[in-house]
Design a protein around this ligand. Structure first.
Ligand SMILES: Nc1nc2c(ncn2[C@@H]2O[C@H](COP(=O)(O)OP(=O)(O)OP(=O)(O)O)[C@@H](O)[C@H]2O)c(=O)[nH]1
Ligand SMILES: [Mg+2]
Length: 632
């Protein structure tokens, strides 16, 4: 296993491992030193897989490798195995062990384990600023002499102590500073029976921690505990969660309205000029149609519909993440997941799914039990990702609220949207339970969910991370899919076989089936062609209805609604489209990610079929009932 590691930069400097417990700031140290932007956030288990980056001190280069957080090296999980193998491999020349100054005892346990397998270790006692604030004093010098390896105190977020850390690291790599030989001997003599070893190390960690840590304020986390009483108690936890959901959606819908219209107008003005230019240079009509009516129009719809809500939603979400709220969500939902035979950590991967289901699927690596990991993967698609929000918001606003986005309507839309999302979450519970009673039988594993301290979010990093890492990333992905899709759809709408276009031919073929589901051929077609990315479902639907090459001007939702009504939409069509948005196959990126994570076409197929069958079944049922009771 140790030889299996391949780094891109190993030739470019001494390879240094960053190891430590979850959520102690490894990625923050890594980012500060390398200038890279690994995902950081206030919850345990963000980093999955290895990340590498280069840093330079005094003319020497170091290739830092950021490991996922682990509590031990005893091979309980994939991550621990990887961490141990990497630290032991010939590749790693030294290890920086990052510790949490506010809970040193637990950190030291891992430090001692690492010192048993390598003697080039630098201990980095991070979060020292947080410790100071809580009145926790760590005697760094004493710790250094007790451990027999260099110890540096840092506050990585403020870059405090990092120069010192690198200078010391350089000495350790050069062999100028070595581990105290007595300490090494003492540790080696402990080895033997695994169980005894574990216990001996734990005892040793406790003794050292008691010796070097002093609490000047015994009740140091009283503020956190008070807040937790409100945010995680049964009576208040759930209502607050729902309220936060509504507030976030409200701010998103309300705030996105004006910029969305402005961007759409801007694009239509530019589109006008492009058309003028095309006729000026006498561009052939088919080429003009393909480029402007096809590619340009789909692109501009995707951007104007998606960019503003994402630019609001992601920063809000990231703020909560940084503050430490996500683990509280997991805590509140833990019982429900346990009842469904699944893992409470699934709440975290579910939250990631709000941004992008593919990201949620990758996030399931924090779940150790393979059975529970599969449950989390198969059900991740039931929370709507960012690409699906625009479909939900526009249809809710048009059909269930009243199409002008005023303050009151915005709030009502937000409540409806929250209800839709909650339906998705409930479905997650039901399907998880179904899976664990059938093809994924087993008892739920127990784990201790950690509630990290609340931290003041850093506005700068929130903006950088949410705009650059998330918003632009997701938007870019949508754009590279939308451009070719726009072309294909335009061609389908314009290439004629006999009297009708390919698009209307295909639409007519699937129409009867779609009618059984209370949809129509065009809607189903839009979802099918939206397989590469849900963002393009609405533009395709519009093109299909207009079935002319001239794409409409998206001036207002009223016009859009009229178009839908003209094509026979009823409240049932709208409701079914909303349901189908949360109950249908995952997009191609997500499926590909599922295949990469599971390495199994069987589970990829199951992930495809479960929501699809569920959606078709539900829609047929609602349609049947609505007709039975003469509701439409
Ligand atoms: N106050 C303070 N906060 C810090 C410091 N270092 C990191 N943080 C915060 O601690 C949280 C966790 O940091 P990460 O760098 O993501 O932790 P990690 O060890 O990589 O976590 P995993 O990848 O989940 O194992 C983030 O909210 C950081 O902003 C520090 O020195 N002081
Ligand atoms: Mg990390």
């Amino acid at each position: 296993m140790a030889d299996a590691f391949v780094l891109q930069n190993e030739k470019n400097g001494h390879v240094i491992t960053l190891a430590g417990n979850p959520n102690v700031g490894k990625s923050t140290v890594f980012n500060q030193l390398t200038g890279l932007k690994q995902h950081t956030g206030n919850w345990p288990g963000k980093t999955v897989g290895l990340a590498e980056g280069i840093t330079e001190t005094k003319g020497k280069y170091y290739c830092l490798v950021d490991l996922p957080g682990t509590y031990s090296l005893s091979s309980n999980s994939e991550e621990e195995e990887v961490a141990q193998a990497f630290i032991q491999s010939d590749l790693s020349e030294a290890t920086i062990c990052v510790c949490d100054a506010t809970s040193l005892e637990r950190s030291l346990n891992l430090v001692l384990q690492i010192m048993q397998i390598t003697d080039k270790v630098v201990v980095c006692v991070n979060l020292i600023d947080e410790a100071r604030k809580k009145g926790i004093v760590v005697d760094i010098e004493k710790l250094q002499s007790l451990l027999g390896v260099p110890v540096i105190a840092t506050a990585a977020r403020q870059t405090e102590g990092l120069d010192d850390l690198m200078a010391t690291l350089a000495k350790v790599v050069a062999g100028e500073v070595k581990m105290n030989p007595y300490m090494k001997e003492a540790l080696v003599s402990l080895e033997g029976n695994q169980e005894e070893n574990t216990k001996a190390l734990l005892d040793r960690a406790t003794v050292i921690a008691n010796d070097v840590v002093e609490f000047t304020d015994e009740d140091y986390n009283r503020g956190d505990r008070k807040l937790d009483q409100i945010l995680t108690q049964r009576m208040t936890g759930l209502p607050i969660m729902i309220l936060l959901l509504i507030i976030i959606f409200w701010l998103t819908i309300q705030g996105a309205n004006v910029p969305s219209n402005a961007i759409a107008n801007l694009f239509s003005v530019i589109g006008g000029y492009l058309n003028q230019f095309a006729s000026y240079i006498q561009m052939p009509e088919w080429l003009r149609g393909a480029l402007i009516d096809g590619i340009y129009n789909v692109l501009s719809t995707v951007i104007s519909v998606m960019l503003p809500p994402m630019a609001i939603f992601f920063p809000l979400f990231t703020l909560l993440e940084d503050f430490g709220y996500l683990p509280r969500v997991a805590f509140n939902l833990d019982k429900n997941f346990a009842k469904a035979g699944a893992c409470g950590k699934q709440a975290l991967t579910m939250c990631m799914g709000f941004g992008c289901n593919a990201a949620g699927v990758v996030g399931t690596r924090i779940i150790n039990s393979p059975r529970e990991k599969l449950i989390a993967i198969v059900t991740n698609n039931f929370v709507p990702c960012n690409g699906r929000f625009p479909i939900l918001i526009s249809i809710i606003t048009m059909f269930f609220v009243g199409s002008s986005v005023s303050l009151g309507n915005g709030l009502l839309s937000a409540i409806f949207l929250a209800a839709t999302v909650i339906l998705g979450v409930l479905t997650t519970f039901w399907i998880s339970q179904l899976l664990s009673k059938t093809i994924l039988k087993g008892v739920p594993s127990s784990f201790t969910l950690e509630l990290p301290p609340y931290r003041k979010p850093q506005i700068g990093s929130v903006i950088v991370r949410s705009i650059f890492d998330r918003t632009l990333f997701v938007l870019w992905r949508a754009i590279i899919v939308a451009a070719p899709a726009g072309l294909v759809i335009w061609m389908m709408a314009n290439i004629m076989i006999g009297d009708s276009s390919i698009l209307s031919l295909v639409t007519n073929v699937i129409d009867p089936f779609a009618r059984l589901m209370g949809l129509d051929g065009t809607i189903l077609m839009a979802f099918i062609l939206g397989f590469p990315a849900n963002e393009i479902v609405i533009p395709i639907m519009v093109m299909g209805y207009l079935s002319k090459s001239t794409l409409f001007e998206f001036d207002s939702l009223d016009q859009f609604k009229q178009l839908l009504l003209d094509n026979g939409w009823t409240w049932l069509t709208a409701a079914n489209t909303i349901l189908f948005t949360i109950y249908h196959w995952p997009c191609s990126t997500t499926l590909f990610t599922i295949y990469q994570e599971t390495k199994s076409s069987k589970w990829t197929w199951i992930s495809f079929l479960v929501p699809t069958v569920m959606g078709i079944g539900t829609l047929m049922l609602t349609t049947f009932l609505a007709h039975l009771f003469h509701l439409v």
